[in-house]
Design a protein around this ligand. Structure first.
Ligand code: SF4
Length: 269
């Protein structure tokens, strides 16, 4: 979905003169309702800020009427504690909200989101969503700015919802400036040092890195982000995980990612 966004996240190109404008016009109502009513097993509302769209509740209702088994809304969570939003979302038929948590405290989270008070608003929103009987899944990103605090972030997600981070995902470049990406994305060696054995699921990471955090991690489907171009460096040629591995984002070669890969000898997939 396209529309307004409540944040100004340090890893996103909104408000930076990049590909996304800060205030994009909302997805046309007819198109949204048509997509929501297309049926299917699960319907996910995501993109900019779905809860900012003027017809979001109608669209969720339409998805429910279409027979979707699960209806998921991906949101910054900042609006969930506003008025009756959480209750209205549940009443319309949503099952689950997926929200981001970037740090275990207001200082870390607010700095990454670029919005003062975001942490407190998110915490209130999670409480309101749970009170409305919505399932709440919390996810994160692996960033230089939060890598050292991701274990605490996982613990906080567990304290808030009873479940740790659903996923901590790979960050992608928001523009062509390599220095900017290098300032945001941690090296794989640092990821392994910080998260080895943590049990945190790493999304869209090379399997040899993801499995250091959570053994047994399975390969992920190709993403739809055009910035997510993947390669397999020469080290991967004899790796037994190759067929299941999503590979390495090309931007990570700026961070000498190939040096930190750990090709597997036997196939434990
Ligand atoms: S060595 Fe290469 S193919 Fe093997 S898991 Fe790592 S990135 Fe994937």
């Amino acid at each position: 979905m396209q529309g307004a966004c409540d944040g100004r996240c340090s890893f996103c190109d909104r408000g930076t003169g990049g590909a996304l404008d800060r205030e994009r016009p909302p997805t046309p109502h007819d198109a949204l309702l048509a997509a929501a009513g297309a049926g299917g097993d699960a319907t996910t509302f995501g993109g900019d800020e779905p809860l900012a769209h003027p017809r979001i509740f109608d669209a969720v209702r339409r998805a429910r009427e279409s027979g979707a088994r699960e209806i998921v809304v991906m949101t910054s969570g900042l609006r969930l504690a506003v008025g009756d939003v959480a209750n209205d979302l549940a009443a319309a038929g949503a099952d689950t909200v997926v929200v981001p948590l970037y740090g275990p405290d207001a200082g870390t989270h607010d700095r990454i989101v670029g919005a003062l008070g975001a942490f407190d608003r998110l915490r209130a929103g999670v409480n309101r969503a749970r009170a409305a009987s919505l399932d709440v899944r919390i996810q994160s990103l692996v960033l230089v700015a939060n890598l050292a605090r991701l274990r605490e972030t996982d613990a906080l997600a567990r304290a808030w919802t009873g479940t740790g981070l659903a996923q901590a995902s790979h960050v992608l470049p928001r523009g062509p400036d390599p220095a900017e990406f290098q300032a945001v994305a941690p090296r794989y060696a640092d990821v392994v040092r910080a998260l080895d054995g943590s049990g945190i699921p790493l999304g869209r990471f090379p399997l040899c890195i993801a499995r250091r955090s959570l053994p047994g991690t399975r390969g992920s489907e190709p993403g739809s982000n055009p910035a997510d171009v993947r390669v397999f460096p020469a080290q991967c040629d004899d790796c037994s995980l190759h067929s299941a591995c999503p590979g390495v984002p090309t931007a990570m070669l700026l961070l000498d990612a190939e040096r930190d890969l750990e090709p597997a000898q036997a196939d434990p997939v």
